[in-house]
Design a protein around this ligand. Sequence first.
Ligand code: HEM
Length: 375
Amino acid sequence: MLEALIFICFLLSLVFIFFKSKPQYPFIGDYLTIHANRHRLTEWTSENIRTSPTLTFLVRRPFGQARVITGNPDVVQHILKTKFSTYQKGFFRTNLFDLLGDGIFNVDGDEWKFQRQLSSHEFSTHSLRHFVEHVVDTELNERLLPILTTAAANDTVLDLQDILQRFAFDNICKIAFGYDPAYLTPSLPHAKFAVAFDDAVRISSERFRINTPVLWKIKRFLNIGSEKRLKEAVTEVRQFAMKILSEKKQELTDKSSIQSVDLLSRFISSGHSDEKFVTDIVISFILAGRDTTSTALTWFFWLLFKNPAVESEIVKEIKDKSDSLIFDEVKEMVYTHASLCESMRLYPPVPVDTKTAIADDVLPDGTLVKKGSVI
Ligand code: HEM
């Protein structure tokens, strides 16, 4: 009897030590810790990266494989460059497929390469010059500056984040579609397309934060709650994109000599008129340019507000360089450029990038990655 008691005590102690010393529990993994930090996942992730000697750590999802999380520059280079073809969209694609379909953010291999090549024309010097001198300059002078000037004159408070989101949305729609949604106008309208796009992105992103992904899949299957709204929002976005597409096709047929630099015209002119395919591409592009730019600018102005000495330097640089044409002018603004980079280093507009390993691998810091792991 005494022996049995000692044995049970011994077993209990082992179980106790196991649970106390391991933050990861059988079956539920790191569920409790992730749940407790669900409102500050980026901060929690950064803290864990900083305290790991290799700047890499593992997180276990309930019943799932370990996820590798890294902030190690060598590992990032390994994933995004050296072993680019091993690390694919995978799990990211599953979560974003309803919204992005087969757009550049959601495809790999030849499909990705093809879209990348066509999109890269949008970043040529010629396109960028056109973009800065015509699209951004018009949006600045005819919309952003008058709104800010009026607010300053009347001493009214503006939600700068909202203003910059509207600014970015107009710009990126003009680059992607050659279409002006006029979202940044003095009445600050609730443009249907912009609101639907916003809802679709927000609900799709929430799928990444759910600890048990099967939940959103059930909701989607039953067409209830947030998944029902996502379906409605995506339908609205796609219907809108299709409308623009057919107008654009007509426009290009009417004026066959037109030199359009927007992405949609480029795809149609190169013979790609499949509606689903072109819509997917354009939606990814709008997503790429919308929140990234507005988030970067919002943090930038917030930091300037906190650092008046930097603000003065930037104002001085703008005054010194403002004789040249706008596109050449920005290239000379070394201090402003450095300030923007520092702002994005401190507050990265895209703090997390997710890939899935399609083969077993070993990272430069020695971490083993199993095929199918999310990193
Ligand atoms: C501050 C602004 C921006 C930031 C921080 C940013 C950041 C990023 C990041 C982190 C990626 C993913 C890279 C990867 O997984 O390898 C990406 C991809 C991409 N971005 Fe941006 N971006 C910004 C602005 C823009 C703008 C304005 C556009 C379009 C006009 C754009 C178009 C794209 C495209 C097309 C891709 C996909 C590239 C590919 O898969 O090869 N981005 N961006």
